[in-house]
Design a protein around this ligand. Structure first.
Ligand SMILES: Cc1ncc(COP(=O)(O)O)c(C=O)c1O
Length: 369
């Protein structure tokens, strides 16, 4: 059998090995948080914001963001209905209600027209996702937020390096969160990052991330019900090495996307998610939709690929259908992508002949259906 064609996975070089080795050897005593501080500064500078907090994972960063903007029971938050569940659960942890809205059929990011229709007197915030590394429609979203006085939280988990009109995502809303989980653009095993330009949000998030400790001189004192959400120095060393290579890592993802696009663009029945004019996608997860003309069943295609050791993924299930949520929402585009969407393998160790194999296998399975 051919090698496993992984859905995602990192590129690790001597740089990462050197930084982690240094953190393990020397990242203690007076250097116990050296890599964390460097990573926070470097990430904030890369995106162009003032403040950063490195966290254990992006889910924690999202929870901190939701709490730091003051979400609470009785508030409504407008949330995209197409994402990994962490996006919605971060809102729900605060007691606020998620109002799930539909996505744009071309980019699979939250549809601003649907946001506008969902605003009520109780709406406090918008939780958007830069889906699979494609920027959400930030101009329209920010103008709706301004009009109604809403906070904007950017879930940029997979989207480091994505740009909207030349500006990196993560610097548009009140607060943004990124992931360093092993399948993301830059990895640290598990890891996350909260970014903000707002000093109040930063101070509140910082307090909550570190067990509510305001006075570090009073060693064990805690002032409020906080969490243990901070990143470890060893994880930060790996994340920093990856961040310093981010443009190279994005270039590889974009090359993989181009290999797919060249082979699949003439195939009837496939709608490929491409970056919109004015946007730079990091193509973290190249994706496509099987149109109606394709009679093959999406899940059978995925199972057929799996038999060939090709690991592709289905679209996210609509989060609004999870048992945690009692109210039902009609979001037809998200429902369609759930059933007919495919994200293709784009691990950093894939080469052009692997993509060739994925494409010929995919088109073969489409014909069988
Ligand atoms: C859109 C989105 N948000 C949040 C997360 C959560 O990230 P983490 O695993 O670092 O908590 C993910 C992870 O897959 C994600 O894709």
């Amino acid at each position: 059998m051919r090698k496993k064609i992984s859905f995602a996975g990192p590129s690790i070089t001597e740089k990462e090995v050197a930084y982690v080795t240094d953190a393990v050897r020397n990242g203690w005593y007076e250097n116990f948080d050296g890599y964390i501080r460097k990573l926070e500064r470097a990430f904030a500078d890369y995106v162009g914001v003032k403040y950063a907090i490195a966290t254990h994972c992006c889910t924690h960063a999202l929870h901190l963001a939701a709490a730091a903007v003051g979400l609470k029971a009785g508030d409504e938050v407008i949330v995209t209905d197409f994402s990994w569940v962490a996006t919605a659960y971060a809102v729900s942890y605060t007691g606020a209600d998620c109002v799930f809205v539909d996505i744009d059929p071309d980019t699979w990011t939250i549809d601003p027209a649907c946001i506008r229709k969902a605003v009520t007197k109780k709406t406090k915030a918008i939780m958007l996702v830069h889906t699979f590394g494609h920027p959400a429609e930030m101009d329209e979203i920010m103008s709706i937020a301004k009009e109604y006085g809403l906070f904007v939280i950017e879930d940029a988990a997979p989207a480091v390096g994505a740009q909207y009109h030349g500006k990196p995502v993560g610097g548009f809303g009140d607060v943004a969160c990124f992931s360093f989980q092993g399948a993301k653009m830059t990895v640290s095993g598990e890891g996350g990052m909260l970014l903000t330009d707002n000093e109040d949000i930063y101070q509140r998030a910082k307090l909550l991330a570190d067990m509510g400790r305001t006075d570090r001189e009073a060693v064990f004192w805690s002032d409020l019900l906080g969490f243990e959400y901070v990143m470890s120095n060893v994880s930060a060393s790996l994340a920093l090495a990856q961040l310093e290579r981010v443009e190279e890592l994005i270039a590889k993802k974009r090359q993989i996307f181009n290999w797919y696009d060249t082979r699949l663009k003439e195939v009837k029945g496939l709608k490929i998610v491409r970056e919109k004019p004015g946007c730079r996608s990091n193509y973290c997860y190249p994706s496509l939709l099987l149109e109606d003309s394709v009679t093959a069943d999406r899940d059978e295609i995925l199972a057929g690929l799996r038999k060939l050791n090709i690991h592709a993924r289905p679209g996210f299930p609509q989060m609004s259908r999870f048992p945690v949520y009692k109210q039902r929402f009609e979001n037809p585009v998200a429902a369609l992508v759930e059933k007919r969407g495919i994200s293709l393998p784009s691990a950093a160790n894939l080469e052009e002949d692997d993509i060739d194999f994925v494409c010929s296998s995919l088109t073969g399975l489409m014909r069988e259906g």
